[in-house]
Write a protein that binds this ligand. Structure first.
Ligand code: CU
Length: 141
C-alpha cells in the first residue's frame, strides 16, 4: 500500500509540466481617446524568457485587438497589421508610439485618463502552445 502511494506520487511529479516560459510585461498604457473615437493605441515593454511570439489579444473595451506596426514612409505615416510580433529570449521589445503597438479596434466607449484597461495578450512559445497574459494598462494622454 505504502509502496503504491509512493509510486503514484512519483508518477504525478514526473507527469507535471515543466515551468512554462513566460513574458514579463512592463509599463503598459493606452492612449486616452476623444469622445466618438473608435480606435486606441496600446503600448508596453515585453521581455520573454524564451523565444516566443505575440500573436494577438482581446479586451472588453473594444470589439477586437490587433497587432500593428507604424512608420514614416516618405513623410507619410504608414500603419499595417502584423500577424505576430517576435519576442526573442531576454530581449526587451518595446511597443511604443511610432513603432509596434496593439490597436483596440471598435471602442465601446471613451478611454479616459486614470482608467485601467484590461488586456489579455496571447503569446506562443517554441512548443507552439498558446498562453494568455492578463495585463492592466493605465490610460494616459
Ligand atoms: Cu495601429
Amino acid at each position: 500500500m505504502q509502496r503504491t502511494l509512493l509510486t503514484l506520487t512519483l508518477a504525478a511529479i514526473l507527469a507535471s509540466p515543466a515551468v512554462a516560459d513566460t513574458v514579463k510585461v512592463e509599463n503598459a498604457w493606452v492612449r486616452a481617446t476623444a469622445p466618438g473615437q473608435k480606435v486606441a493605441g496600446g503600448f508596453m515593454k515585453l521581455t520573454a524568457d524564451a523565444d516566443m511570439v505575440l500573436v494577438g489579444g482581446t479586451s472588453p473595451i473594444s470589439t477586437s485587438v490587433e497587432l500593428h506596426f507604424m512608420r514614416m514612409e516618405n513623410g507619410v505615416m504608414e500603419m499595417r497589421q502584423m500577424k505576430e510580433i517576435a519576442l526573442p529570449r531576454a530581449k526587451t521589445v518595446s511597443l511604443a508610439p511610432g513603432g509596434f503597438h496593439v490597436m483596440f479596434i471598435g471602442l465601446k466607449g471613451q478611454v479616459k485618463p486614470g482608467q485601467k484597461v484590461p488586456l489579455t495578450l496571447v503569446v506562443k512559445g517554441g512548443d507552439g502552445k498558446e498562453q494568455r497574459l492578463e495585463v492592466a494598462a493605465e490610460t494616459r494622454r
